[in-house]
Design a binder for this molecule. Structure first.
Ligand code: PLP
Length: 349
């Protein structure tokens, strides 16, 4: 996160993970709809209903949180005691692991194998699970690869968890980037599932910090109480704006879709021609993880930045030292030029 906040940017910024920012002026809202203080205690009712409606769950299952970041922290803090055993996918989003370690969990991993296109293989979870496992953590879409976990696989993972009284935490912050036949939230698959998400990555609304946890009502209540230690009450203007955003969500999502799809077409073409890179072909999502077939990634990225003004995320943040991650959905001309520059930096094969 320190790297992303301080070193990610460049003229051709491919170190992104979410779509282009959505502007306040494009949201159908006027100043008289806003207020500084409101009736928000354990949730602001209109926002609770709007999130519940979007996700197809009961409002009692929704815990609002400041982005998926706080949703993950709050969910893990409510589900775990220090010393509890947790299984997490590898590779994954680094902050999930560091939050688990911060909370004193005993972290074990299961592999999402590059040679298997980073697919989630329940056999890997079965191999790693023990009667002491309290929580299984995964991302869907997968960060960094954007690979989708199909429902039957999620059900298998849910069965494994239920068999030992564990839960499954699914971070779905990228899931709505599946634009056709968008899968329903894993929360609907059973009470062992706890889900986190937000309006950040796929909607360009990061500044609203509109995030949430979905969990069965008893657990949701416990999370609300725990949140009294963390955030207590959210910023009310952001709650009001989030309600408006949720009312107009499909238009907001479709604006970014065009850019994501144009960028993905460019990426496919790039991968087909560029032998110095290997990567699974994915249909969805705003990120892709690329393997450099020769040479040192950190040296390559340093040269890419200084000589070609182009940035990408070093793979070591995901435990993939021979890889780097690029992002789609911000600006197609920038993405096209960034790929051109990667081609030039790789040189003739
Ligand atoms: C898997 C995953 N979860 C959560 C986050 C943070 O999301 P938010 O901006 O909603 O806090 C990120 C950001 O990169 C992410 O990749």
């Amino acid at each position: 996160m320190l790297w992303a906040k301080t070193q990610g940017r460049a003229k051709y910024n491919l170190a992104t993970s979410g779509v282009a920012s959505f502007s306040l002026r494009d949201l159908p809202v006027t100043i008289d709809q806003l207020e500084i203080n409101g009736d928000s205690t354990y949730g602001y009712a209109p926002l609770q209903y709007a999130i519940a409606k979007k996700c197809g769950v009961d409002p009692d299952c929704v815990v609002a949180a400041a982005g998926t970041s706080m949703a993950n922290h709050l969910a893990m803090a409510a589900l775990l005691d220090p010393g509890d055993e947790v299984l997490i996918e590898q590779p994954t989003y680094e902050l999930l692991t560091s939050t688990l370690l911060y909370l004193g969990a005993k972290v074990k991993t299961f592999v999402r194998d590059e040679d298997n296109g980073y697919a989630l293989d329940p056999a890997e979870v079965r191999r790693a699970i023990t009667p002491k496992t309290k929580l299984i953590v995964l991302t869907n879409l997968h960060n960094p690869s954007s690979v989708l976990v199909p429902d039957p696989v999620l059900r298998d993972i849910g069965d494994l968890a239920r068999g030992i009284g564990a839960r499954v935490l699914v971070d779905e912050v990228y899931l709505d980037a599946v634009y056709t036949g968008t899968p329903k939230t894993a929360c609907l698959l059973g009470p062992e599932f706890v889900v986190t998400s937000s309006l950040t990555k796929v909607y360009g609304l990061s500044g609203l910090r509109c995030g949430w946890i979905l969990a069965e009502p008893d657990l949701a209540r416990a999370m609300w109480r725990l949140n009294d230690l963390f955030a207590s009450i959210p910023a009310h203007p952001a709650e009001l704006l989030s309600v408006v955003a949720l009312e107009n969500l499909e238009q907001i999502r479709m604006r970014a879709r065009k850019i994501v799809e144009a960028d993905r077409a460019l990426l496919k073409d790039f991968l087909a021609r560029q032998g110095g890179i290997s990567s699974p072909r994915t249909e969805f999502g705003t990120t892709a993880i690329l393997r450099l077939t020769q040479g040192n990634v950190d040296d390559f990225l340093a040269r890419l930045r200084t000589e070609y003004k182009t940035s990408a995320v070093p793979g070591h943040f995901f435990g993939l030292p021979n890889h780097f991650r690029i992002g789609m959905g911000v600006d197609t001309e920038m993405f096209r030029e960034g790929l051109r520059r990667i081609n030039r930096a790789l040189g003739p094969l």
